[in-house]
Design a protein around this ligand. Structure first.
Ligand SMILES: [Zn+2]
Length: 319
């Protein structure tokens, strides 16, 4: 049996590919590239091929020792045919990624959604080991989640289950990237916090964030951490507001699904301890007593690698 497979995590701004030892989940070789300029089917397809070629050159492991290539894509996917149906950030539509890569490399290719593969990684080698009913929630530009039921990823009737980011928390609320209004992600994602802080600064409120992000219109999780440590009033206010919404959303998930474990990941969770700890405390307090009693929380354990490890294991996923 071949001992290695390749996992690729393709997000809106970066692509990370790694050779993974399947028995341990260890990433032995890796290549990381930016994908900011690559938009559209043709450019995204070529960037993936280029990254894989770089990975093969960087690695000591030969092509015939690789059992499969798995890829997690930030968008809606069709798993059997291996098609990226729609990815707003990458400006891709109906990209037949399985067909393209199998033709190029002659290795079986498996396709999944980015949150699903990160969950699969955590389930096999991260915080989800020895658990069967899990919800994995990743807080970043948006809020993504994936459900594990009896040890298997639960995809739902049309393979789109787990969209916690689009739980509606305010009927006539803020516009969301999905086209709807009042979705959780418009209140509790890193980008939601960012736009609230930038809005307040624009209106004249003083915050050290202006200095930290050097006048640019982007606020990273690390900037948020530094501002909280310095007790910045503006940042503290909007982070607390996001915590209130996120904990409400998580409490709803706890009440509805009664999972044994919720794994939280993504930049904000990984870099801002206060955000993680306050969120889980409030979520537990807001949930109904019975499911709240048994719920366990953990941070994602594989960090930036959960997607790569999970994608490399997609070959053993049962659809
Ligand atoms: Zn939405």
């Amino acid at each position: 049996m071949k001992k290695y497979s390749i996992g690729i995590d393709l997000g809106g701004t970066k692509i990370l590919a790694g050779v993974v030892e399947k028995s341990t989940g260890k990433v032995l070789f890796e290549v990381k590239n930016k994908t900011k300029k690559e938009k559209g089917n043709k450019k995204v397809g070529s960037k993936i091929i280029e990254t894989l070629n770089e990975l093969f050159s960087a690695s000591d492991i030969k092509k015939d020792e690789i059992s499969s290539i798995g890829i997690g894509l930030a968008g809606q996917v069709e798993r059997e045919q291996g098609v990226l149906i729609n990815a707003v950030n990458l400006e891709c539509k109906d990209l037949h990624i399985k067909e393209i890569l199998e033709k190029e490399f002659n290795i079986p290719v498996y396709v999944g959604n980015d949150v699903e593969v990160a969950t699969f990684g955590e389930l096999n080698f991260g915080a989800g080991r020895e658990h069967k009913d899990i919800v994995c929630i990743f807080v970043g530009t948006g809020i993504g989640s994936s459900i594990v039921k009896d040890g298997k990823i639960h995809l739902g009737a049309s393979q789109s289950a787990g969209e916690i980011g689009h739980i509606i928390v305010d009927l006539n609320g803020r516009a969301c990237a999905c086209g709807g209004n009042g979705c959780l992600e418009a209140y509790a994602s890193r980008s939601a916090i960012e736009s609230r802080i930038l809005g307040a600064v624009k209106k004249g409120r003083k915050s050290i964030i202006t200095e930290l992000c050097e006048g640019k219109n982007s606020i990273s999780s690390k900037h948020i951490k530094k501002s909280l440590d310095a007790h910045d009033e503006v940042v503290t206010q909007y982070v607390n507001e996001a915590i209130d919404y996120l904990s409400g959303g998580i409490a709803s998930v706890i009440n509805f699904y009664n999972p044994e474990l919720i794994i939280l990941g993504g930049g904000l969770i990984q870099s801002v301890d206060e955000f993680y700890l306050k969120t889980i405390k409030k979520a537990r307090a807001k949930a109904l007593p019975t499911p709240a009693l048994s719920i366990e929380f953990k941070k994602a354990a594989l960090g930036d690698y959960s997607g790569v490890v999970g994608a490399a294991l997609l070959e053993k996923r049962v659809l």
